[in-house]
Design a binder for this molecule. Structure first.
Ligand code: ADP
Ligand code: PMV
Ligand code: MG
Length: 389
């Protein structure tokens, strides 16, 4: 049996970091995906293995299934079949299984992704031998939600192979799960994301699961329907950073200055609410679209100022802001900050010449620019020949 799943990355239009502290945020899926393929293998007498191939990194990890079973069954298994947090005891055992694989020091940041894989795999499918292959179009650790896309794609593929969901394997092409399956998949992906981020808000796995555009607050999502075309330039500063450390840094600043930081989070919540209203308000002509774009630009700039207050901007982000401002374009960081990606709103009536000029100037600083499609489908699964591997 072979199943493929894909899950999109995301941009956060407003409210990153503050959303971890209960503020509203607005996010949208982008058309860059992480793909997971699972091939369940027939059980043999003595060489059953679980293999994880990270194709883009040219890395493969493999465990004898008996070894995983022996290690984890000391906890008294079977593992939970409903989404549950990985206990400290399970975590310790899984980390030992990851450590055995001797991940090269230069790629050690991948260990948390491998840990999330082992937890999701054993929880959802138990100890079946299989080969799992991962590929991704998303830059890792850049604020475009690669960690959530990975957990969503794992969960979707695993659930499609499990007895927990009912899917018609004869259907062709990419399929979307039903509502209750999406809810289950999103909960599992959140558990995986916790192992990578420490304390995620859940916005990244939720927008990757459901796709489109969402408003998110304290675990609750509201679907948003944009009444205007939204075009964003995404500039990757290529400055590596780690979401877990940045989220922890904001939490520490909040402990030091609770009143000031709570005021910042409240201001961010108001910005996100207003942004959602602007995006959804009817636009009857070019004039009203331009007026809405100007409001969005101002809200993005205000949000960026507050992200600076939280301590998550970076010299490379400031360079992108100054460069785009020269062309009268508004920008803000997206994701955890500290480097990673910056969003710039490209107004509908903006000339192509300006877009080319700003991209050329950003790229001359060593940054990488892309314009992604915004608001496509969320998680999808497919049975059949893997054309994308
Ligand atoms: N395709 C992938 N293969 C392996 N690990 C991945 C993959 N995508 C994401 N990860 C895991 O997620 C981490 C990056 O997550 P994070 O710091 O949250 O940044 P972001 O989610 O913005 O890309 C990586 O260091 C790795 O552990
Ligand atoms: C900083 C945060 O708001 C978004 C993190 O996104 P990313 O991992 O940087 O793509 C954290 C969260 O909401 O879980
Ligand atoms: Mg992440």
């Amino acid at each position: 049996m072979e199943v493929k799943a894909r899950a999109p990355g995301k941009i956060i239009l407003s409210g990153e970091q503050a959303v971890v502290h209960g503020s509203t945020a607005v996010a949208a899926s982008i058309d860059l995906y992480t793909y997971v393929s699972i091939k369940i293998l027939p059980s043999t007498e003595n060489d059953d293995r679980l293999t994880l191939q990270l194709k883009d990194m040219a890395l493969a990890f493999s465990w004898p299934v008996g070894r995983i079973k022996e290690s984890l069954s000391s906890l008294g298994g079977p593992f939970p079949s409903t989404p549950t947090s990985c206990s400290t005891a399970s975590m310790k055992l899984i980390l030992a299984l990851v450590e055995e694989q001797n991940i090269p020091e230069a790629k050690i940041s991948l260990a948390s992704g491998v840990t999330a894989f082992l937890w999701l795999y054993t929880s959802i499918l138990g100890f079946k031998p299989a080969t799992v292959v991962v590929t991704s179009e998303l830059p890792l650790g850049s604020g475009l939600g690669s960690s959530a896309a990975l957990c969503v794609a794992f969960s979707a593929a695993l659930l499609a192979c499990s007895d927990f969901v009912n899917v018609d394997m004869k259907q062709q092409g990419w399929l979307i799960f039903g509502e209750s399956e999406l809810e289950l998949l999103n909960k599992w992906a959140f558990e995986g994301e916790k192992l990578i981020h420490g304390k995620p808000s859940g916005i990244d796995n939720t927008v990757s699961t459901y796709g489109n555009m969402i408003k998110f607050r304290s675990g609750n999502l509201t679907h948003i329907k944009s009444s205007m075309p939204l075009k964003m330039l995404i500039t990757n500063t290529k400055v590596g950073r780690n979401t877990k450390a940045l989220v922890a840094g904001v939490a520490e600043r909040t402990l030091r200055h609770p009143d000031a930081m709570n005021s910042v989070f409240n201001a961010v919540a108001s910005i996100s609410e207003e942004m959602a209203n602007v995006i959804q308000a009817p636009a009857l002509d070019d004039l009203s679209i331009t007026a809405k774009e100007e409001k969005l630009e101002e809200l993005m700039e205000m949000n960026q100022g507050l992200l600076q207050c939280m301590g998550v901007s970076h010299a490379s982000i400031e360079t992108v802001l100054q460069t785009t401002l020269k062309y009268k374009l508004a920008s803000k960081l997206t994701g955890a900050g500290g480097g990673g990606c910056v969003l710039t709103l490209l107004q509908t009536l903006l000339s192509g010449t300006i877009v080319h000029k700003v991209i050329a100037e950003l790229e001359s600083c060593g940054f990488q620019c892309l314009i992604a499609g915004i608001g496509g489908n969320g998680a999808e699964i497919c049975f059949g020949a893997p054309s994308w591997l």
